[in-house]
Write a protein that binds this ligand. Structure first.
Ligand code: ATP
Ligand code: MG
Length: 336
């Protein structure tokens, strides 16, 4: 039986940009799917198709048991959405924004007020509740928008980059809210650019690039594919880079990557902290002085390098001009 969010062969084009090129998803009820990918991968377009804001050119999507193309109104009644760009009413206060959402969903005024207060508290907005949203900082707007998506608890939720722009404390608070939500039975699809976030929250992860799912699995499976942890070493002398690379190669499960200007070498390993001690000893034996050494988990970049053989495209802020220039490149087919 298909899950609470199901998509098969979703295609969406904008002119000659193929934003979705056959996306397949299946999210079992009560679980979290992390949709991971770089700028322009097709994350938002996927969310917009699944929440009926966009009509796919072809393919099939069923959300909460309802076909999104055939019965969009029915789908809208069963899903909640927090978009990438906060959709709050600037001229209403935080509290009014939330109460308004409650009333749109036909909650009684009293119930809407109680729910608004709860959410303001949960999202650290209680102190600012009676200020108009136009006085809010970026992170506050983002939190208000997330709170608005949670006024009613729909069985299926979509969150597009929910933690982008949040400081660490608020990011943690949101992670807690999300965990609560899911333990209450909600099915969630969230998009993110951070493996670490998907790792914390998602049961399953789909990595998308150029409108296609290029890998799927649990965080552990993806990391294992990526070669597990990395040892990162910064050598003191530039002249030692070559020897250090040689030493690391002996410990690594793959080639060491070298960043000349920062004198940083990185190599995928398995073996954890014990191995780290051995690496330090071996470098010392070769007379290589180090400024820094550490063990770190794979990042999205590592996943990309190992999956596609090339790095994720440069991080671009979601601003039209930059995105446009990338589209131009894609249209001309000059992108690698
Ligand atoms: N309305 C639109 N008109 C034209 N092109 C679009 C439109 N919406 C999306 N695209 C293009 O489709 C591709 C996928 O965009 P999408 O917004 O889904 O990416 P994303 O993975 O959400 O990226 P980001 O991490 O930057 O939010 C991009 O090349 C984008 O420019
Ligand atoms: Mg997006």
């Amino acid at each position: 039986m298909p899950g609470a969010i199901y998509a098969e062969g979703l295609v969406k084009t904008f002119g000659d940009v193929r934003a979705l090129d056959g996306v397949d998803l299946d999210v079992p009820e009560g679980t979290v799917l992390g949709l991971l990918g770089p700028n322009g991968a097709g994350k938002t377009t996927t969310v917009r198709c699944l929440t009926t804001l966009l009509r796919p050119d072809s393919g099939k999507a069923v959300v909460a048991g309802v076909d999104v193309v055939k019965h969009p109104d029915e789908v809208r009644r069963r899903v909640g959405l927090s978009g990438q760009f906060a959709a709050v009413d600037e001229y209403l206060t935080g509290r009014e924004n939330l109460q308004m959402v409650g009333q749109l969903y036909q909650m009684k005024a009293k119930a809407a007020k109680v729910r608004a207060d709860e959410l303001l508290e949960q999202f650290n907005l209680a102190d600012a509740a009676d200020r108009t949203a136009k006085t809010y900082s970026g992170g506050m707007r983002r939190r208000l928008d997330l709170a608005a998506a949670l006024v009613v608890s729909p069985p299926v939720m979509f969150m597009d980059e929910p933690t982008t722009g949040l400081d660490p404390r608020n990011r943690q608070a949101l992670w807690d809210v999300i965990k609560d939500l899911v333990s209450g039975g909600t099915t969630l699809l969230l998009t993110t650019q951070y493996l670490e976030e998907a790792d914390h929250l998602a049961h399953d992860i789909c990595v998308v690039d150029h409108g296609r799912v290029i890998a799927r699995g649990t965080a552990d499976q993806l990391k294992a594919q990526t070669g597990g942890e990395r040892v990162e070493v910064v050598v003191h002398e530039r002249e030692h880079i070559a020897t250090a690379a040689e030493v690391l190669r002996g410990f690594g499960k793959g080639e060491a990557t070298v960043e000349e200007h920062t004198r940083k070498l990185t190599v995928p390993v398995t073996g954890g902290a014990k191995l780290l001690a051995e690496v330090i000893r071996e470098l010392d034996t070769h007379g290589i002085e180090i400024d820094d050494i550490g063990l770190r988990r794979p990042t999205l970049d590592d996943v990309f390098i190992s999956l596609t053989g090339h790095a994720a495209e440069e991080r671009e802020e979601g601003n039209g001009a930059v995105q446009d220039s990338k589209d131009q490149k894609r249209k001309k087919g000059t992108e690698k």
